[in-house]
Design a binder for this molecule. Structure first.
Ligand code: GTP
Ligand code: MG
Length: 377
C-alpha cells in the first residue's frame, strides 16, 4: 500500500433536528394540547485510532466526510432520532490541523481506545410541547435545530515509535530493523532503498525480570546533508523523528575511513537541530554498524573513542553477523523507558472551535417569557 502521510478532507457535523409544532386534535377542538416533540441531536465527528491501518491512504479516496443530521421531532411528544456520528478511523500518530492554521494541532491521536471529538453536532430543536405553560396553552413556538460545524482539515501522520533510526543512506538501518524485529524493510547496497518509514516491534529479554518487554523502532529513509532545508528524501520524514522519545543515530563505522562515525554523527545531529532545535538537544544514542567489516579490535576501540570521551551512549553492532544485538536492544529499552512519547500538544481540546450559535426561538411573539430560562436541553 502506498504510504500517504498527509492529506486534506472536509468534515461536517450534523444539524440538529427541528422541533415540531403540533397539537392533539379532537372532534370539536382542533387544538387540544401542544404535543410537538424535540428534534434529534446532530451527529458528532470523532476520530479514533484503528490498529489495522498505518497510512492515510484509505481516508484519501473521499473528500467529504459528513455526520448525519438529527431527525425532526414527531407528534405525541416523540423525539426525533439523533443523527449518526461520523467516526474517522485513522492510524495511530495522526495529527489533525485546521487547514487554515497548520501551526496549532487540534487533535493528536495518541491512544488506542479513545474517541477524539473533532466537531460537535448541532443541538436538537425544541418542539412546542416544551413551551406549554398554564397561561400559554396553545404554543406555536419551536426552535430549529442548531447548525452543524464545518471544517477543512489537514491530517498528518507522524509515526509513534519509541526509537527512530536516523542515518545516512546505506548506513544499515533497514538491515538492523530486519535483524531485531519482524518488520521486513528492503535492504540493498544502493542509497535510498527505503522510501517510506517502517515500524517494527522489538522484543527485549530483560536481564533482571523474567518477562519480555518490547518497544517500537522506526526505520526512517536515509538523510543527506541539507535534509533540513528540503534536500533528498529524508526531509519529509524528519517529522516522524520528532515524535520518537529517543533518536538513535545509525552510523556506518567501518566502510569508509574518510568518514568516521563521529563525523557522521555530528553532521546528522546538525541536520536534526536545524530542522528542529529541540531535536538536536534530545537524548541520543549512537549505533555503530557493520562491525564485521573491522579487521582489528583496535578499529572498534577507535570507532567508539569519541563517544566514550564525550559520554554519548553508543553500541557497536553487526546486524549481518548478529553481533551485540541483544546488548543493543537492552540498552535502547533502558533509555526509552525513561523518556515518554513526545506530544505535540499537551492535551487535546476542541475549545478553539467556533461555538454553535444560540438558538433562535421561532414564532416568539406569543411566548410570555424567555424560553432559554425555562427549557432544559
Ligand atoms: N557487512 C555488513 N554489511 C551491512 C550491515 N548492515 C547493512 N549492511 C549492508 O549495507 C548496505 C545498506 O544496508 P541497508 O540496511 O539497506 O541500509 P539503509 O541504512 O537502510 O539504507 P537506505 O534505506 O538507503 O537509507 C546493504 O548492502 C547491506 O547488506 C552489516 O552489519 N555488515
Ligand atoms: Mg533502508
Amino acid at each position: 500500500m502506498k504510504f500517504v502521510d498527509s492529506t486534506e478532507i472536509s468534515i461536517k457535523s450534523g444539524k440538529g433536528g427541528r422541533g415540531l409544532v403540533s397539537f392533539r386534535t379532537g372532534h370539536n377542538a382542533p387544538k387540544q394540547g401542544a404535543d410537538g416533540g424535540d428534534g434529534g441531536f446532530g451527529g458528532n465527528v470523532y476520530a479514533i485510532a484503528d490498529p489495522g491501518i498505518n497510512t492515510l491512504s484509505c481516508i484519501r479516496y473521499r473528500q467529504n466526510y459528513f455526520a448525519k443530521d438529527g431527525d425532526p421531532g414527531g407528534p405525541n411528544g416523540r423525539t426525533g432520532k439523533n443523527g449518526d456520528d461520523l467516526v474517522l478511523k485513522l492510524p495511530l500518530g495522526t495529527v489533525i490541523y485546521s487547514k487554515s492554521d497548520l501551526d496549532t494541532p487540534i487533535v493528536e491521536i495518541l491512544e488506542q481506545d479513545k474517541k477524539y471529538l473533532i466537531l460537535k453536532g448541532g443541538k436538537r430543536g425544541l418542539g412546542n410541547i416544551r413551551f406549554l405553560r398554564a397561561n400559554h396553552q396553545a404554543p406555536e413556538e419551536y426552535t430549529p435545530g442548531g447548525e452543524g460545524e464545518e471544517l477543512d482539515i489537514t491530517l498528518e501522520l507522524k509515526l509513534i515509535a519509541d526509537v527512530g533510526f536516523a542515518g545516512f543512506p546505506n548506513a544499515g538501518k533497514s538491515t538492523l530493523l530486519n535483524a531485531i524485529s519482524a518488520a521486513r524493510p528492503k535492504v540493498a547496497d544502493y542509497p535510498f532503498t527505503t522510501l517510506i518509514p517502517h515500524l517494527g516491534v522489538v522484543e527485549v529479554d530483560s536481564e533482571d525480570i523474567s518477562s519480555t518487554k518490547s518497544f517500537v523502532a522506526a526505520d526512517i529513509p536515509g538523510l543527506i546533508v541539507g535534509a533540513s532545508q528540503g534536500r533528498g528524501l529524508g526531509h519529509s520524514f524528519l517529522k516522524h523523528i520528532e515524535r520518537t522519545s529517543l533518536v538513535a543515530y545509525v552510523v556506518d563505522g567501518f566502510s569508509d575511513p574518510e568518514n568516521p562515525p563521529e563525523r557522521q554523527y555530528k553532521l546528522l545531529r546538525k541536520e536534526l537541530s536545524e530542522y528542529n532545535p529541540e531535536l538536536g538537544k534530545r537524548s541520543s544514542f549512537v549505533i555503530i554498524s557493520k562491525a564485521d567489516l573491522a579487521f582489528e579490535p583496535s578499529e572498534i576501540r577507535k570507532a567508539t573513542e569519541y563517544f566514550e570521551l564525550n559520554n554519548i551512549p553508543c553500541q557497536v553492532i553487526s546486524a549481518v553477523s548478529q553481533l551485540n544485538l541483544t546488548k543493543l536492544k537492552r540498552k535502547l529499552f533502558k533509555k526509552i523507558s525513561k523518556a515518554p512519547v513526545k506530544k505535540l500538544i499537551e492535551s487535546d481540546t476542541t475549545s478553539h472551535l467556533p461555538s454553535l450559535s444560540d438558538f433562535k426561538i421561532m414564532n416568539p411573539q406569543t411566548f410570555p417569557t424567555s424560553a432559554s430560562s425555562h427549557v432544559p436541553l
